[in-house]
Design a protein around this ligand. Sequence first.
Ligand SMILES: [Zn+2]
Ligand SMILES: [Zn+2]
Ligand SMILES: [Zn+2]
Length: 313
Amino acid sequence: MDNNINLNMVENGLNFISKSIETVDKPDEDLKYSLINLHAGIQLLLKELLYQEHWSLIFQVVDNSDKDKLKSGDFVSVNHDTLIKRLQKISGIEFDKDLINKIEWLRKERNKAEHYHFVVSADVLKSNIVELFTYLIPFIKSELIEPGYISSEDENFLEIQEYLNEFDEYVNGRLALLQESLNEVEVILQCPVCNQETVKFTDETDAYCYFCDKNIMNFSEKYIDSFVDTYSQVMDGGESLLYECPECEFETFLCLDGYQFVCLTCGAKPTQVNLTTCSGPRCNEKLIYSRYSEDGEYDVHFCDVCEDYFKHA
Ligand SMILES: [Zn+2]
Ligand SMILES: [Zn+2]
Ligand SMILES: [Zn+2]
């Protein structure tokens, strides 16, 4: 590493982050810049880690790396995907999956804000920032403070943590206020926007988030996108967490905690005790409602498809 070149990435990175967090709380500030600054700050910290590995790694095309260009800043720097990949493969950094997911969330919101002028509300931003930093602070401590790239007494870093404590209190305070209403909700789902467990399913199309104080359109689609990683489950050879709903037959029937089920299409919310699997020959253990005769005996039955098959067999 060339000691004459000081890119100030750590300093600028922490500065961007602290500015971003500070402005979330100011009513007149443009939240768009909070998102952009936060994203830029985190990218700079990650780039510093690559730079510590070798300066050429912050060039997108390592073959093009050149110290003069590095000094003048006239180069295409590493893009996000390559940055993460190099940190994993070359620097041997193990990222918490939740941290990667939250950084991904930030990237998406930042791009939306830049291209479509759409910005989430301050409350939603705070809630997500609190969660992002739950994973980012330990990462900064182990990867940047312990090796001495950032001082633990760094003013910006201390300031960031102060703001976060305030946000945390604020978010918890809001949740406490909502608790009474939430107690009356039968099945509470996690919100794909603010990430809090504060969503009530209203009907086939709508859900309402108490924390966001908003109806969420296309809830099932957003929920599946955010929380049900069907692709990697299938790739891992695992089963999809989505089943065919015994009520509406859409494949949006989700098991929340091993006991409570909910259909993201029709809102049916049976629990494990009300369900059983069909043992008929025509389906692949389809979930069906348990049936009991009047004297409480379990009534053996099959799904519609299998019943139909027996009738015509
Ligand atoms: Zn929400
Ligand atoms: Zn359904
Ligand atoms: Zn069946």
